[in-house]
Each structure stands twice: as structure tokens, then as C-alpha cells.
Design a protein around this ligand. Structure first.
Ligand code: DGP
Length: 112
């Protein structure tokens, strides 16, 4: 079973920020910003590149969850970034789809 599936099934503990029927959001263990939360689908999906049109609702749930996380953690006024890393060149290290929600500091563009 993959790492994030183990977090979903509570075999590995995590600091959960938000949970719905389809989605779990928890703090990143190696934060890159004062607020760094990962939003994942509970159902295993390797990456955005493995998604199909039938996953549209699930992807929408993830984006709405990201907004709710940002509100909950006080990022609404200052702004924040949401990021999918997809595959090797983007530096995806965990092969379970996850949306990074980053905030609490100003960020550079373009990302490295
Ligand atoms: P990425 O590089 O886009 O695949 O991001 C994977 C993120 O997952 C990375 O920022 C660190 C985080 N991470 C890895 N293992 C764990 C873990 O066991 N618990 C938590 N909370 N986060 C983890």
C-alpha cells in the first residue's frame, strides 16, 4: 500500500486539517512555507496525469478542499499557492495524487 494510502487508513499518523468523504488534507511533514498542507483523494490515483474525465468531480472536490484549508488556516486575505507536481521533472516524490497548499509568506515566480 502506498504512503498516502496508509495515511488515509490511519496506519501512518498525520496532522489532519480537513476531511470529507472523498478527500483528506493534512500538514506536510517537510513544510516549505509557514502553511504547507497536502490535499489528497482518499481513493488512490498516481498523479494528475493518471486522471480521466470520470475523475472531474474528485478533482473539483480537491480544489474546493484547498480553498477551505486556506480559509481555515487564515490565508484568504494574504493569498496562497496551490501546486500539483506531476512526474519526474516536476519533482513528484510520492506517487499518490496530492495538491500542495502553500502560504504564510510571499512567493517567487516562476518556481524553481
Ligand atoms: P511531492 O514532492 O510533490 O511528491 O510532495 C510530496 C510531499 O509529501 C513532500 O512535500 C513531503 C510530503 N511527505 C512525504 N512523506 C510524508 C509523510 O509521511 N507525512 C506527511 N505528512 N507528509 C509527507
Amino acid at each position: 500500500m502506498c504512503l498516502f494510502c496508509k495515511i488515509v487508513s490511519r496506519q501512518i499518523p498525520s496532522d489532519i486539517v480537513l476531511e470529507t468523504d472523498d478527500v483528506l488534507a493534512f500538514k506536510d511533514v517537510k513544510p516549505m512555507a509557514p502553511v504547507h498542507v497536502l490535499v489528497i483523494p482518499k481513493r488512490h490515483l498516481g498523479s494528475l496525469h493518471d486522471s480521466v474525465p470520470g475523475d472531474a468531480a474528485l478533482l473539483g472536490h480537491m480544489l474546493i478542499a484547498a480553498r477551505e484549508v486556506a480559509d481555515k488556516l487564515g490565508l484568504g486575505a494574504s493569498g496562497y499557492r496551490v501546486v500539483f507536481n506531476i512526474g519526474q521533472d516536476a519533482g513528484q516524490s510520492v506517487l499518490h495524487l496530492h495538491l500542495h497548499v502553500l502560504g504564510g509568506r510571499a512567493m517567487a515566480w516562476p518556481p524553481g
